[in-house]
Write a protein that binds this ligand. Structure first.
Ligand SMILES: Cc1cc2nc3c(=O)[nH]c(=O)nc-3n(C[C@H](O)[C@H](O)[C@H](O)COP(=O)(O)OP(=O)(O)OC[C@H]3O[C@@H](n4cnc5c(N)ncnc54)[C@H](O)[C@@H]3O)c2cc1C
Length: 563
C-alpha cells in the first residue's frame, strides 16, 4: 500500500506534503558569506581565534534551543508588577526565564560594554556578533545596545566609572534587583523622550534640582516623566533633565548606593507592534536621586554621542533581520514547489529572491563599514582623520537607509513564504515576528527625517565630500551609472541641499557607498546586479531587476547553507 493509501485507510483526510522544513540548528556565521567577507575586510586582524569566536556564537545563535528561547520570550512577554499584595509600590518587571537565558548569552558573548576596552577590532567583532545574535532574538538586545552606547559618556564621571566600569563590561549577567555593589554585571538604559517631544529633546520639562555633592560629584533630585523608557529593569539610566546650565545628562540608578530603591515609578508597559520580549515603559520620577555626567548644559551633545552608537546598532540590527528573513525565504523557495517547479526556479521568484539578496548584502556591507569607522577612530588607527569623517556621515546614512528599507524587505520576504509567512503559530512563525520588528529600528533613536537632517549637519563637520569621493573612487571608475551618481552626490554635498531634499541626498549617498563596498568585496555578479537594479534604474519594488544579470550567481552566494 502506498503512503497516501495507507493514510487514508487509517481514516486521515490527507497527507501533508510540499511544506518546507523549518530552518533550525544552523551555524549563522558559517552560512553568511557576506558577513564573513565584511569581517575580513573591516577587522584589522581577522585571525583564526576571531573566526572561532564568531563560529561559536553563530552555532549558539542558530541553535534550536535559542529559537525556543526566542519564541517563549516573545509569547510570554514582560509583565509589570507595580505593587505587592499589601499595596506597596514595587515597580518591577517580571520576565519569562527564556528572556534571562537570552540576556545571559548576549552578555556572555560580550555584546554590551566590553568592546570599549577590547582594543583594535573590538567594535568590528562586536558588530558581527550583534548581527548574529539579532538573528536569534533582536528585542533583548535593546538594553544590551544601550549599555554599549552609554559607556563612553559614563567615563566622564570618574567616581561612577570607578564603581561601575568593570560591571558594565562583565560577561556574567545578573538580573537580580539589588544594588550594583552586590552584582556580577549591570545593564544601562537611556531616558530622553517625553510626551511633548522626542526628536526635539530641548522641549524636555523634567527638572533636576541641586541636592549636594559627594564622591560621584554633583547630586540632584529629578522630578518629571519619560514617555518611552525601555528596559526599565536596567540597573541605571542616563536621563536628560533641565538643570543648572540647561539640559544636562544625569546618571540615575534604580537602587541608590545606600541600598534604598530610587524614586522611579513605572506607570505602565507599552503595548507594542513588535519588540515583544523587551519591556518599554512610561515612568515618573519623584525626586529621584541622580548625579551629573559631563558638563552642565551639555546634555544634548552627550545624548547625540550615545545616539550615534545606538544608531549603529539600529543599522546592524536591521541588516541582520534582513539576512534572517532572506535565509528563511531562500530556504523555503528551495523546497516548495508550485506549478511543477521549485519556487526558486520560477523566473520571477528568482528575480525577487536575488533582489532581496542584493539588498541584504549591501546592508551588511554598509553597517559593517560604519562599525569599522567607529573601531578605527576609537582605537587610534585613523591617522588622516578619514575614518572619523566617515563615522560622522555614515551614522545617519546607515540608520536612515538600511532601517527604511527594512520594513519593505520584511514584507517581500514574508510574501515569499505565501500564507505561512503571515502566520505566527504561537510564536513559531519567525517571519511574522521579523516583519513586526522591522519598523522599530527606523523609529527609535531618531526617525528617518531626523537622520536626514543629521546628514545635513554632518556636512558642516569636516571634509565629507572628499572622504566620500575617496571611499568610492574605484566603483565610480568602474561603471558610468556609478560615476553619474557620484557627480550628483558631490553636487548635493556642496552645502546647497535644503531640508526638503535631504532624504534624496541620504538615499544617494547610501547607494553610492553600498556600490563601492560591493565593488570591493563582493563577486562581480553582485556588484553588477546591484548597480543595474538600484543605480541605473530606481529600485522601487523588489523583483524588478533587468534582464541579462547573473542571478544564479547572486543566489548561490546567498543560500543559507555551507557547501
Ligand atoms: C519601542 C520603543 C522604545 C523606545 N524606547 C525609548 C527609550 O528607552 N528611551 C527614550 O528616550 N526613547 C525611547 N523611544 C522613543 C523614540 O526614540 C522616539 O519615539 C523617537 O525618537 C521619535 O520621537 P517622538 O515619538 O517624540 O516623535 P516626534 O519627535 O514627534 O516625531 C514624529 C515624526 O516627525 C518627524 N520629525 C520631527 N522633527 C522633524 C523635522 N524638524 N523635520 C521633519 N520631520 C520631523 C520625525 O522624523 C517623526 O517621523 C522608544 C520608542 C519606541 C517605539
Amino acid at each position: 500500500m502506498n503512503t497516501l493509501a495507507h493514510a487514508l485507510a487509517d481514516g486521515s483526510t490527507h497527507e501533508v506534503t510540499n511544506q518546507s522544513r523549518p530552518l533550525v540548528d544552523v551555524n549563522l556565521w558559517a552560512i553568511d558569506r557576506p558577513l564573513q567577507e565584511a569581517v575580513r575586510r573591516d577587522h584589522p586582524a581577522p585571525d583564526a581565534a576571531l573566526q572561532a569566536r564568531l563560529q561559536a556564537l553563530g552555532a549558539e545563535a542558530g541553535s534550536a534551543a535559542m529559537q525556543q528561547h526566542a519564541r517563549l520570550a516573545n509569547v510570554h512577554g514582560p509583565e509589570l508588577r507595580s505593587h505587592d499584595r499589601f499595596g506597596h509600590r514595587i515597580d518591577q518587571v517580571e520576565f519569562h526565564p527564556s528572556y534571562h537565558a537570552l540576556m545571559e548569552a548576549a552578555l556572555r558573548h560580550r555584546l554590551h560594554g566590553s568592546p570599549w576596552s577590547a582594543g583594535p577590532g573590538g567594535h568590528v567583532e562586536r558588530a558581527a556578533g550583534f548581527m548574529l545574535f539579532t538573528e536569534a532574538e533582536p528585542s533583548v538586545l535593546c538594553p544590551v545596545s544601550m549599555t554599549y552606547a552609554v559607556t563612553p559618556a559614563l567615563r566622564a564621571n570618574a567616581g561612577i566609572w570607578a564603581d561601575w566600569g568593570a560591571l558594565i563590561a562583565s560577561p556574567r549577567y545578573d538580573p537580580r534587583f539589588v544594588g550594583a555593589a552586590h552584582k556580577s554585571a549591570v545593564t544601562l538604559g537611556m531616558g530622553m523622550t517625553e510626551k511633548q517631544g522626542g526628536s526635539d529633546v530641548r522641549a524636555n520639562t523634567t527638572r533636576a534640582e541641586a541636592d549636594g555633592e559627594d564622591g560621584w560629584g554633583t547630586r540632584v533630585a529629578i522630578t518629571g516623566h519619560k514617555w518611552f523608557f525601555s528596559a526599565p529593569m536596567c540597573d541605571a539610566f542616563l536621563v536628560l533633565a533641565q538643570g543648572e546650565g540647561g539640559l544636562s545628562c544625569y546618571f540615575l540608578p534604580r537602587i541608590r548606593p545606600d541600598g534604598s530603591v530610587n524614586a522611579i515609578a513605572i506607570q505602565r508597559l507599552k503595548h507594542k507592534l513588535g519588540n515583544q520580549a523587551n519591556a518599554s515603559s512610561e515612568v515618573e520620577f519623584k525626586r529621584a536621586t541622580a548625579w551629573l555626567v559631563g558638563e552642565p548644559g551639555r546634555g544634548v551633545a552627550q545624548i547625540l554621542a550615545m545616539g550615534a552608537m545606538t544608531r549603529l546598532d539600529c543599522a546592524l540590527g536591521t541588516a541582520a533581520l534582513m539576512r534572517q528573513a532572506l535565509s528563511l525565504a531562500l530556504h523555503h523557495g528551495a523546497q516548495r514547489k508550485a506549478f511543477g517547479k521549485r519556487l526558486i526556479e520560477q523566473p520571477m521568484m528568482k528575480n525577487v529572491l536575488a533582489d532581496l539578496a542584493l539588498e541584504s548584502e549591501a546592508a551588511t556591507a554598509l553597517a559593517m563599514r560604519l562599525a569599522r569607522a567607529v573601531d578605527r577612530s576609537e582605537n587610534g588607527q585613523d591617522v588622516d582623520g578619514h575614518e572619523a569623517v566617515l563615522r560622522r556621515v555614515l551614522t545617519p546614512i546607515a540608520k536612515f537607509w538600511i532601517c527604511k528599507r527594512g520594513a519593505a524587505f520584511g514584507q517581500e520576504a514574508m510574501e515569499c513564504l505565501g500564507g505561512n509567512g503571515y502566520v505566527e503559530e504561537n510564536g513559531a512563525g519567525v517571519m511574522a515576528r521579523i516583519y513586526r520588528e522591522m519598523p522599530v529600528n527606523s523609529i527609535w533613536e531618531g526617525a528617518a527625517n531626523i537622520q536626514a537632517l543629521d546628514l545635513l549637519r554632518a556636512l558642516r563637520s569636516g571634509p565629507v565630500a572628499d572622504a566620500l569621493m575617496h571611499e568610492t573612487a574605484e566603483a565610480r571608475a568602474a561603471r558610468d551609472d556609478v560615476r553619474r551618481l557620484g557627480e550628483r552626490v558631490h553636487h548635493g554635498l556642496d552645502g546647497a541641499t535644503g531640508e526638503a531634499e535631504a532624504r534624496r541626498l541620504a538615499r544617494d549617498v547610501a547607494l553610492l557607498v553600498q556600490a563601492a563596498l560591493l565593488q570591493r568585496s563582493a563577486p562581480a555578479a553582485v556588484f553588477d546586479a546591484f548597480c543595474a537594479g538600484r543605480i541605473a534604474e530606481p529600485g522601487d519594488v523588489f523583483g524588478a531587476l533587468p534582464a541579462g544579470l547573473d542571478l544564479d550567481a547572486v543566489l548561490a552566494r546567498a543560500m543559507p547553507w555551507t557547501a
